[in-house]
Write a protein of this length. Structure first.
Length: 358
């Protein structure tokens, strides 16, 4: 069964991970992407790997498992270089922050309350420290485009073929079975066709009569020019989330998912960098280099959509927000379901046919 021909549509972090896990399991994998490789939402992501606030417990469990899978894939894929730098959070009102810390600690998250002295030790450049914060040493970050491309290269090393600039116009098949896809260049036949096309997934599923209600809200991030090391980990402060990239840029949004670009995105980005200058000692000379605007593929109820739409043979979909966090687990689980017919119990709430997405 593992020699099945699989077509993966989309080479963002989700398609890349699915392709890698399938190739590793022995499938014949072809990845198609309408544009350059590495994804659209992916390249504009803040890329925080976490199982942080606002989670119902089943979703927390999935995210926590995904964090473990990042550690595994990090050992197998050359050049992935996940930065397990930890995250420091105080962007909630004190009672909510405490409740989040207590709740997640009870679920087994490595989260702990830290007092001002320790906050200063963790991030010595903070100009003002809060009365308390929550610290999660096991949270991490990747440089998202580089990570997606490293995983794709890993899949290619395992025999996968990656085809950029191949836009899928529609899926092929009938009411019972999907047998591949048609691009501007021609038709690709496959035993399994996986739609991992981010915000483009809806249109592809529509082409064979499936509905998947998605939104794609815009998120703006400001990127400074590279600077000397100013931050050790990820900072989630009220109205400003900021991290420093491997090349030294400070990347900031009002929220990790990006700010509303508003009418003047460049002015919004400049205001974010001003906020970073006010937050970090040594950051006074920071200059805005550019801003990015990404569109987060988000199933209508905010949770992943992964599985066989309409239980149709030969067709599978994987679309989600928090895709950087979730990619290694979703890739593993998709490969297991496609090749062995085993659906991981952690995916139970996330079938694409649930009524919320109709
Ligand atoms: C500003 C911002 C901040 C974020 N922060 C975080 C965060 O901190 N942590 C986190 O976990 N997640 C975060 N996310 C979400 C995360 O980035 C996304 O969930 C993830 O990147 C989605 O990956 P994907 O592979 O599904 O989609 P994409 O990266 O969009 O890739 C989909 C690919 O499919 C291709 N495609 C589309 N249609 C077709 C077609 N017809 N034919 C062929 N190819 C096609 C596209 O060209 C694209 O390359 C953030 C997102 C944004 C925008």
């Amino acid at each position: 069964m593992t020699e099945r021909r699989v077509l993966v549509i989309g080479s963002g972090i989700i398609g890349a991970s699915i392709a890698w896990h399938l190739a590793k399991a022995g499938a014949q994998v072809t990845v198609l992407d309408a544009s350059d490789t590495g994804g659209l939402a992916t390249r504009n992501s803040w890329a925080w790997i976490n199982a942080s606030w606002g989670n119902p417990e089943p979703y927390f469990r999935l995210r926590q498992r995904a964090m473990q899978e990042w550690r595994k894939i990090d050992r197998h894929v050359p050049g992935l270089a996940v930065n397990w730098c930890g995250g420091l959070t105080w962007d909630l009102e004190p009672e909510k922050l405490e409740a989040y810390g207590r709740g997640h600690a009870a679920w087994g998250y490595g989260i702990r309350r830290v007092e001002p002295d320790e906050i200063r030790r963790l991030e010595p450049t903070l100009k003002k420290v809060p009365d308390f914060a929550l610290h999660v040493p096991e949270e991490g970050v990747v440089e998202p485009l580089a990570a997606a491309r490293a995983i794709l290269a890993g899949a290619e090393a395992l025999g996968a073929e990656v085809v950029p600039h191949a836009r899928v116009k529609w899926l092929n098949g009938n009411d019972t079975r999907i047998i591949g896809a048609t691009t501007d260049e021609g038709t690709f036949h496959a035993d399994e066709t996986i739609v991992a096309a981010g915000a483009g997934s809806q249109q592809l599923l529509n082409s064979v009569g499936h509905t998947l209600k998605l939104t794609a809200p815009a998120g703006l991030l400001a990127h400074s020019k590279p600077a000397a090391e100013l931050l050790r980990g990820l900072l989630m402060t009220p109205g400003l989330h900021v991290r420093q990239t491997a090349e030294g840029r400070l990347v900031a949004g009002t929220d990790f998912a990006g700010s509303d670009p508003l009418d003047d995105p460049e002015a919004s980005a400049a205001a974010l960098i001003t906020g970073v200058r006010e937050l970090i000692a040594g950051g006074e000379g920071l200059e805005l280099d550019f801003h990015s605007i990404g569109y987060r593929p988000t199933p209508a109820d905010g949770f992943p959509a992964i599985g066989r739409p309409g239980n149709r043979d030969g067709l599978y979909v994987a679309v989600t927000h928090s895709g950087v966090t979730l990619a290694p687990a979703l890739g593993l689980f998709a490969a297991q379901e496609l090749l062995n017919g085993q659906r991981d119990p952690l995916l139970s709430p996330y079938h694409p046919d649930r009524p919320e997405l109709a």
